[in-house]
Write a protein that binds this ligand. Structure first.
Ligand code: ASP
Length: 325
């Protein structure tokens, strides 16, 4: 029985460089060697060094390629898969993978907040927890998971909510699905899985571009900024509001490309039918904006781009957000 480890770089794999600072350059074998207890997992850890980059440099296509490689690993008999990468984009990459992961086997993302040159690096503990989750029968059928700080989060709920804390990953709308306690994976809740998205065309994906605009006090919005975009996610105030002057601008844009309404607050849903002022959720939906529900702006952007790459029309996009949001 084996757990396959794909490494993509990030702080967990960083070491000092001659130019100053730390850079991603440790191999999977070096990461594994730094983890006391991994040998007792009862599974071999089969390392596939894939990239050594800061996670800001990862692309959608690379993550889809990773999902393909992870799929081959589990169809070839692996019990589960671990991915190590930088934490900065992990909430997006894990969600992207979750949207297309079709297997019952766990695909578990992790990383580190303290690099290995610091006192108390968290990478080894996170890698051990992730390997335990990947090997755990209790973690099957839950889609893509994030193991961090001995907590297990669903990729679709997790956020990076702190820039330096080792407890940076939280799921504000759902809480962690489970915990790793004395080495045992204990799942508390099992949210139902959604069917994986089909038909994502990689060439179209490269061409499709989605913008994200966070609305701020006394904001203005130049529609020209988004003219050559294929879709827009708006991170509105509170339950999904924008200044009234922005409403017609967004409405005009929504006539041409899908515009998804989300909340910039970091938790909770945008509403559908409470506020009636111009620029409120009822008005914006009448102007054609799609309700993003509980999805935060970053995850909404991932979903919208994949849907566009799958050739989804306006009705299919609205239906997908109703399901996933
Ligand atoms: N900048 C790093 C990255 O995302 C941060 C990290 O790994 O935690 O690659």
């Amino acid at each position: 029985m084996s757990v396959v480890l794909f490494t993509l770089g990030g702080t967990i794999a960083m070491a000092g460089s001659a130019e100053g600072g730390v850079v991603a350059r440790l191999t999977g074998a070096e990461l594994v060697a730094a983890v006391p207890g991994l040998a007792d997992l009862g599974h071999t850890v089969d390392v596939r060094d894939t990239r050594a980059v800061p996670s800001a440099n990862l692309t959608y296509r690379q993550i889809l390629d990773l999902v393909d490689a992870a799929s081959s690993a589990v169809t070839g008999g692996a019990t589960g898969v671990v991915v190590t990468q930088g934490t900065d984009t992990l909430e997006e990459t894990a969600y992207l993978a979750d949207l297309v992961w079709p297997h019952p086997e766990p695909l578990v993302f992790t990383g580190a907040m303290r690099n290995p040159t610091l006192a108390g690096p968290d990478g080894p503990a996170n890698l051990l927890a992730a390997a335990r989750v990947a090997a755990a029968p209790a973690a099957r059928d839950l889609g893509v998971l994030v193991a961090f700080h001995d907590e297990v989060h669903a990729a679709r709920f997790v956020r990076k909510a702190h820039s330096t804390s080792t407890a940076a990953f939280v799921s504000p709308n759902a809480g962690p699905l489970g915990h790793v306690v004395e080495g045992e994976v204990r799942m508390l809740t099992r949210p139902p899985r959604l069917d994986p998205l089909a038909g994502v065309d990689r060439d179209r994906l490269d061409a499709v571009r989605v913008a994200l605009h966070t609305v701020t006090l006394d904001d203005d919005l130049l529609i020209d900024l988004f003219r050559n975009r294929d879709g827009l996610v708006v991170a509105g105030f509170g339950v999904g509001h924008v200044p009234s002057e922005l409403a017609p601008v967004l409405g005009e844009l929504a006539e041409r490309v899908p515009v998804v309404l989300t909340s910039r607050t970091g938790a909770g849903s945008v509403l559908r039918q409470t506020y009636g002022a111009v620029g409120s959720e009822i008005d914006l939906q009448r102007r054609g904006l799609v309700n993003g529900g509980l999805l935060d702006p970053y995850k909404a952007k991932v979903l919208l781009r994949l849907l566009l790459a799958a050739g989804a029309d306006r009705a299919a996009i609205a239906a997908a957000f109703a399901r996933h949001g």
